[in-house]
Design a protein. Structure first.
Length: 212
């Protein structure tokens, strides 16, 4: 019987190698990528059945990368494996198209179970936050109104700014002009009523676009 193909996205090499050993037994492990942009390219190249994705990754965080992926590939199952127990991250993950949410300090068997649940078309939430997540949905907690005021492209620019990339470097990564990067930066500051880049970066951390 053909094994399901699994792709891993995690920028911590030691963690990634440990997960490789775990997953190779039950799945066809197609590779490891270290940032959100590599993840998008690898999904297109390998067409995995499941992607196991960290939230905190350079250049493009896991949640925004998954939003990109799901626009083109509705069938792929996404399992988030993260250090973040905060339910706001879990809500964002499921809104982006996740099938499962597992914490990194959970038992290894829980990740395998989550992948199998996702492949079966079911949703899996780590028991550590399942109760809090259900309560958050009952209370109508979302990801924050202001987050919706910036466009997906602005979120990409904002993450790269917050990671310390220069305007020229951002233009190169996103394959746009420096003038366009500057436009996005100042448009965000205007729409969010933010006066300095430092405040803009604090906003990125608060919204989970990057981690502090």
């Amino acid at each position: 019987m053909k094994k399901p193909k699994v792709l891993l996205a995690d920028d911590h090499r030691i963690v990634a190698e440990g997960l490789r050993s775990l997953l190779e037994t039950d799945f066809d492990f197609v590779g490891v990528v270290e940032d959100g942009r590599e993840l998008i390219a690898a999904v297109e190249k390998f067409q995995p059945d499941v992607a196991v994705v960290d939230i905190s990754m350079p250049k493009l965080n896991g949640i925004d990368a998954v939003r990109h992926i799901k626009q083109k590939n509705k069938q792929i199952k996404i399992v988030f494996l993260t250090m973040h127990p905060d339910v706001t991250y879990a809500i964002s993950a499921f809104e982006a198209g996740a099938s499962a949410y597992v914490l990194k300090h959970s038992a290894p068997s829980e990740l395998v179970a989550a992948i199998n649940e996702a492949l079966a078309g079911r949703t899996y939430v780590t028991p550590r936050i399942a109760g809090d997540l259900m309560q958050a949905y009952r209370d109508g907690v979302g990801t924050g109104e202001k987050l919706e005021e910036i466009t997906p492209r602005q979120r990409e620019v904002l993450q790269l700014l917050a990671e310390g990339h220069s305007i020229k470097q951002i233009a190169g990564i996103l394959k746009i002009s420096t003038r366009t990067v500057e436009f996005h930066k100042y448009r965000m500051m205007e729409d969010l009523a933010i006066k300095t880049v430092a405040e803009l970066i604090r906003y990125a951390v608060k919204q989970g676009i990057v981690t502090s």
